[in-house]
Design a protein around this ligand. Structure first.
Ligand code: TEU
Ligand code: CA
Length: 556
């Protein structure tokens, strides 16, 4: 079925653990989301994506599922979920869930069974391999979260594969029973009326035959060439669409780890009938060269412009992209790409103008609508994310970096930055919970919070609301053709977008200085649609932008 509602719809990602705590146990929950549905509706978003809400021992905050058809008790009950879904729909919004199908938890009954013996019927749900002659793991694969990707099981004398933590064993998709289990879980939620899935690390589900060693190259390259894009991947994706997703008014959104603009079409081109859209890692990782806590490079606007351009040219009219520049796995976008100090408000708004005028389904992350920033954690005891902790502990052994530097790196790039509790007001714990939250709230909740921004017409929050409302009236924001100006300018990002009679020019200043540029003589400027400053300096054909100023203007 041809679905278009999701193309212009805005997805709002909720990280439930950190969103809103309704029963004051320090952990966000489903009833907490229900309490905020009015807030979300008023924000003008259309589709809520919930990070995993299923039963889980929370080694990786729900990305380690121990029962695909049950709600994590900390988050509430199935009744709470049914109510949330109903009320979301009643408000005219949609709801999608996070399907983690590459791996499950080692506490899932499948894995518990599999461990019992080599001839257990569930053994083949996972990837087991004998040790090498010297007892080493079967190959040199590294986990995304540090160390070998293989864990030795004493009882059976074999290793199992885990591309993430050792509590996240990879499922063996070659086994048709595994695929049916996953499809049944999807049907369970779709039959309840869920509107689709975000598909966690879906490019990793097909493993390379014989588990060949990875070459000595950077980790990103290894992901692309060895872990992702496996030989049977597209067969599985077609099957999943054919057997499940295509039967519902629902969509699939792939987390595009290991996908580049050259092979993206294989996943999302309309004629492939595999996935409805994906968000890629090139923007999300544009300051990260080889993986977190390795090389980091400073933010480079020309590089970012190039990434946007490459991707839009590659998918143009053949497929569809989602457009995300922040999520629960990366540092806060205003801290990474903007200026979270002197130009905090202006730069948060300007970044949103950029994001909201790129083609594709707009995908925003909780808290970015109030300009939440990175947090400084003062000691390793305050760090909660398993990726950061594993890095820190590994570093204690290798002593590659000093402890102080390791903590600084975590503060700069770690995932906890994006996971601090939502700052609802300036009261205790930012109004998230009366009890000490599972992760320290950012102390700047006194200044940065929803209550404070709600009535302030100049706030980031009201800017998001307005821009999302305006965006509904213009198809050009979502579907327009691009013409770029000033492409090699390191501070300015200027583009015209056209769709039929709709013509907009977007002008963004990523610098901390006033900067001007000339528009060509036969362009005449029309109304200003959006401006994050009160004024716009225009003299003849020269436009002057203040630091971090962003505007959308009509033109002819
Ligand atoms: O993320 C996949 C992924 O590739 C991340 O590990 C990413 O590389 C890293 O966070 C960036 O440094 C997904 C989920 O979004 C993430 O939260 C999970 O931890 C992971 O899968 C395992 O399920
Ligand atoms: Ca709670």
């Amino acid at each position: 079925m041809e679905l278009t509602w999701f193309k212009k719809g805005t997805i709002y990602q909720i990280y439930p653990r950190s969103f809103n705590d309704s029963n004051n146990d320090g952990i966000g929950d489903l009833r907490g989301i229900i309490e905020k549905l009015d807030y979300l509706q008023k924000l003008n978003v259309d589709i809520l994506w919930l990070s995993p809400i299923f039963s889980s021992p929370n080694d990786d905050n729900g990305y380690d599922i121990s029962d695909y058809c049950a709600i994590m008790p900390e988050f509430g009950s199935m009744d709470d979920f049914d109510e949330l879904l109903q009320k979301t729909h009643d408000k005219g919004m949609r709801l999608i869930l996070d399907l983690v199908a590459n791996h499950c938890s080692d506490e899932h009954s499948w894995f518990k069974e599999a461990k019992k013996s080599k001839d257990n019927p569930y053994r083949d749900y996972f990837h087991w391999q004998k040790p090498l002659e010297n007892g080493d793991p079967p190959n040199n694969w590294k986990s995304f979260f540090g160390g070998s990707a293989w864990e030795y099981d004493q009882a059976s004398g074999e290793y199992y594969l885990h591309l993430f933590t050792k509590k996240q064993p990879d499922l063996n998709w070659e086994n048709p029973k595994v695929r049916e289990e996953i499809y049944n879980a999807m049907r369970f939620w779709l039959d309840k009326g869920v509107d689709g899935f975000r598909m966690d690390v879906i490019p990793l589900i097909s493993k390379r035959d014989g588990y060949p060693d990875a070459p000595e190259v950077g980790f990103r390259k290894i992901i692309e060439d060895v872990y992702a894009n496996g030989p049977r991947l597209h067969e599985y994706l077609r099957e999943m669409n054919d057997k499940v997703v295509s039967h519902y008014d629902a969509f699939s959104l792939a987390e595009g780890v290991g996908i580049n603009h050259n092979n993206a079409g294989l996943y999302i081109n309309y004629d492939r009938k595999e996935l409805d859209m994906l968000y890629h890692f090139d923007i999300l990782e544009c300051t990260i060269v080889n993986g977190k806590f390795e090389e980091a490079s400073p933010f480079d606007l020309v590089n970012m412009k190039g990434i946007f351009k490459r991707w839009r040219d590659a998918v143009h009219e053949k497929g569809w992209l989602a457009n995300a520049i922040g999520n629960h796995d990366f540092a806060r976008m205003v801290s990474r790409f903007g200026n979270d100090k002197e130009y905090w408000s202006a730069s948060a708004k300007m970044l949103f103008i950029m994001q909201a005028t790129q083609n594709g389904t707009l995908n925003i992350y909780q808290g970015d609508e109030i300009g939440m920033t990175n947090i400084v954690l003062d000691s390793i005891d305050e760090v909660k994310d398993v990726q950061s902790l594993n890095f820190y502990n590994e570093n204690l052994e290798t002593k590659r970096f000093s402890k102080k530097l390791a903590l600084e790196m975590i503060n700069k790039e770690g995932r906890d930055n994006a996971r601090t509790p939502i700052q609802w007001n300036d009261e205790i714990n930012g109004g998230f919970s009366m009890k000490e939250p599972w992760l320290k709230p950012n102390p700047n909740y006194k200044e940065i919070n929803v209550a404070q921004q709600d009535d302030d017409p100049d706030s980031i929050l009201n800017f998001y609301r307005d821009l999302l409302m305006v965006r509904k009236d213009y198809d050009v924001f979502v579907y327009g053709d691009f013409e770029e100006l000033e492409f090699s300018n390191p501070d300015l990002y200027i583009y015209k977008k056209t769709l039929g009679n709709e013509k907009i020019m977007v002008a963004l200043n990523f610098g901390s200085e006033n900067t001007d540029f000339a528009i060509d003589a036969n362009t005449s400027m029309g109304d200003i649609i959006i401006n994050n400053y009160k004024k716009l300096g225009v003299k003849d054909n020269i436009i002057q932008l203040e630091p971090y100023q962003g505007v959308i203007v009509e033109f002819n």
